[in-house]
Design a protein around this ligand. Structure first.
Ligand code: AMP
Length: 565
């Protein structure tokens, strides 16, 4: 197939912005593409020449591309560079200059998509000294074989800037419509793509085997699987509803997720959460994974930076390992550890649809327990107290929290499913601070609270200026008996106007003012900056705990303390 056919489609796509219209254009086009070309065409419609996880890069400098344009067009490179500064898009520059190509002595013929694809692969394989010149020469030859519009898109493909606004799913959808005529196949497509996130393989399967083929798509070691994600709950007591009975509880580690693949030939490859190939970053990790007792596997774990005692270090420390250069030096500077927490494939068998409990048993058997590699810490329990104790232990050990997993849960590739629930320290109310606040005002209640105070205006003390600065409106936690007690307690502090020393923004003016006197103990999840409170910050989700009759207003939490928090 000629590249020009694809160029015509790019031109059409460039004119539309609706996803549906794009799908239609692509579906009509795919119907005309021979089955043996469909994989290549699928990649090229996305401006790619391989799947993302292969990490193939062309490494073309714009300078070399402009040089190729000038050679192919027979004009000076100065002129091309000047024009490129105006267009700001090497694609447009190529189109302008290649409108009038010089006639070559040898007819060059047309560029087919196979030639283009092979050339792009060759370009990606060309590196080292003099490679930019070699690349330029190959590009000149391709420029001679395409129309000026073709030159525009070819340039964008080699620069990696061809984005027609079509997403992977649009291409897959269009393929399914073209080859099967069916439109309602989102679920099948998504499920298959989660297991095989490679547009080329997906396209070929649809073209040759239809949707039935997609349903049978198999895991392949060496090709990453989209990773499963976790859900969250608001309260540990809600766990019972989501995951009744016994559960597996693991540490939640704050590092970098990794999916490790070992193929039969013993080669180990690593993939990140974005499915980038990160093997070159972690040669040390590859070595540790070699100790796993299995010929073939796909497993997942969290990579953590550790100190000399194997204790976890901050995520930021691990980020120093995100590098292409000085890898060996940083292996020593920032040693890592992997906590293995899932197994998707082992010795020729896909296990991700097996119950988690079974997968975890195999992990415990095949993963060694050392300083640099180990199974994730785990307890099995149906007792919330025990879960909470384990959670506290994980926090004490320097981890982020816990992951609660359904024992019979399958691995839900690419999905934030309910088989995993995360519980982090940020979610826990008991972890938040308490504050001693001064009541400086009240708002009348509505509905159930009409006739009594519905909420209180609370302040912190500014010891430097001897003033009270508002921090929050407090309504939660005021039980009926507290509401009854309030008027009695506050009565003697009531003031007909804003009391001296109290500062308040107009948005917060209460129905009744109180001179600073009553102190309350308040629990809150966090502090945020606020334009509505004179403290400059506000308490979020404050909850009344009790009266602090033993405290004077001036002994309340200070502005300084909250600003430090
Ligand atoms: P989050 O990024 O907060 O949605 O949490 C999900 C992430 O937690 C996963 O992508 C993993 O990188 C990480 N994680 C840490 N420990 C575990 C564990 N034991 N099981 C699964 N994921 C974990």
């Amino acid at each position: 197939m000629d590249f020009q056919k694809l160029v015509d489609v790019y031109e059409e796509l460039e004119k539309v912005s609706s996803g549906n219209k794009m799908r239609e254009i692509l579906a009509d086009f795919f119907k005309t593409v021979p089955k043996e070309d469909i994989a290549i065409v699928a990649y090229l419609t996305l401006g790619k020449f391989s799947s993302d996880y292969e990490n193939a890069v062309l490494g073309f400098a714009e300078r070399s591309i402009l040089k190729a344009i000038s050679s192919a067009a027979g004009v000076s490179s100065g002129k091309v560079r000047e024009s490129n500064q105006k267009t700001g898009d090497a694609g447009l520059t190529a189109e302008i200059f290649l409108k009038h190509k010089p006639q070559t002595l040898v007819p060059v013929g047309k560029l087919t998509i196979h030639d283009l694809f092979d050339n792009l692969k060759k370009l990606a394989d060309t590196s080292g000294t003099g490679s930019q010149d070699q690349k330029s020469i190959m590009l000149v030859r391709m420029y001679q074989q395409v129309s000026s519009k073709g030159a525009k898109y070819l340039t964008r493909i080699v620069l990696g800037t061809l984005r027609m606004g079509v997403g992977d799913m649009t291409v897959l959808d269009a393929l399914a419509i073209a080859y099967t005529g069916e439109k309602k196949n989102k679920e099948i497509l998504e499920n298959a793509y989660n297991i095989c996130p490679d547009v080329g393989v997906m396209a070929e399967t649809i073209a040759k085997k239809g949707l039935k083929g997609l349903e049978k798509i198999e895991v392949q070691v060496g090709r990453p699987i989209k990773m499963m994600l976790a859900q969250r709950i608001g309260d540990l007591d809600d766990l019972e509803k989501k995951m009744p009975g016994k559960v597996s509880v693991e540490g939640k580690y704050d590092g970098e997720r990794v999916q490790a693949h070992k193929t039969k030939d013993g080669k180990i490859q690593l993939f990140s959460r974005r499915l980038d190939n990160t093997t070159a970053q972690f040669p040390d990790l590859v070595k540790y994974l070699e100790d796993i007792k299995a010929k073939e596997f796909i497993l997942e774990g969290e990579i953590l930076a550790i100190d000399e005692n194997g204790k976890p270090l901050a995520f930021q420390t691990l980020m120093q390992r995100r590098r292409k250069n000085d890898v060996e030096e940083y292996i020593k500077k920032v040693p890592v550890q992997i906590k293995v927490f899932d197994l998707l494939y082992v010795n020729g068998k896909t296990v991700f649809n097996d119950p988690f409990q079974e997968r975890r048993k195999i992990i415990n058997k095949i993963v060694p327990k050392g300083k640099h590699i180990m199974p994730a810490e785990e307890i099995l329990t149906d007792d919330v107290e025990e879960i909470n104790d384990f959670f506290q232990k994980m926090l004490d050990d320097g981890y982020e929290g816990i992951m609660i997993k359904a024992l019979d849960g399958v691995y839900q590739a690419g999905t934030r499913g309910w088989n995993w629930i995360k519980w982090k320290k940020e979610y826990v109310k008991e972890m938040s601070d308490t504050f001693d606040l001064v009541v400086v005002g009240a708002y009348y209640g509505r509905g159930r609270r009409s006739g009594v105070y519905g909420a209180l205006l609370c302040a912190v003390y500014d010891s430097e200026n001897d003033s009270f600065e508002t921090l929050c409106k407090l309504g939660t936690g005021l039980t009926d008996s507290v509401l009854e007690e309030l008027p009695e307690k506050l009565k003697r502090y009531e003031s007909s106007k804003k009391p001296a020393r109290v500062n308040c923004k107009k948005e917060m003016i209460p129905d009744v003012w109180f001179k600073p006197g009553v102190v309350v103990d308040v629990l809150a999840a966090e502090l945020t900056k606020s334009p509505f409170h004179t403290a400059g910050v506000a308490l979020r989700f404050p909850r009344f705990l009790r009266f602090r009759d033993d405290k004077k207003a001036e002994q309340a939490t200070t502005v300084k303390e909250v600003s430090e928090i």
